[in-house]
Design a protein around this ligand. Structure first.
Ligand SMILES: [Zn+2]
Length: 157
């Protein structure tokens, strides 16, 4: 009896949690534009990755091998996302960070696409797709923010 009750509580908790997760299309962002408007300010590669949740080919992007000191901003809306101080050599061919500059603009949501259960990383200011989050990063966080260069705009400094 006790276990049945526990199961009920767990089941209810899981159901409530999954309902509470907002779908990308329902989420409101400070910066919103139509696809036509985004296409005017982004290259086709940037649009494919940032607005259509695409992934650039490994070792093809602008920043995987960038070692300059500076800040990585959202290519769509310009908020600061990552610092060069948390960038590390992941060997994946994508720019990789062990922590975001601030959780304010770097959001996480579940991604079940392509038959995989992954955590998508996105810009909370405009909804841009940035990449995915994995648990095999280096100390001190153990996290690997695997980003697409196409979603980022680097500025030295
Ligand atoms: Zn953005």
């Amino acid at each position: 009896m006790k276990s049945a009750f526990l199961f009920f509580v767990l089941f209810t908790a899981i159901t409530v949690q999954s309902c509470a997760q907002q779908q990308p299309s329902q989420q409101k962002f400070a910066v919103t534009k139509t696809n036509e408007e985004w296409k005017k300010i982004l290259t086709s590669g940037q649009f494919y990755v940032a607005r259509e949740a695409g992934t650039e080919r490994a070792f093809s992007g602008e920043y995987w091998d960038n070692h300059e000191k500076g800040t990585y901003f959202c290519v769509c809306c310009g908020v600061p996302l990552f610092s060069s101080t948390t960038k590390f050599e992941s060997g994946t061919g994508w720019p990789s960070f062990y922590a975001p500059l601030s959780k304010k603009y770097v959001g996480e949501r579940e991604d079940d696409s392509h038959g995989m259960q992954r955590t998508e990383v996105y810009c909370t200011n405009c909804g841009a797709h940035l990449g995915h989050l994995f648990n095999d990063g280096p100390a001190p966080t153990g996290l690997r923010y695997c980003m697409n260069s196409a979603s980022l705009n680097f500025k030295k400094g």
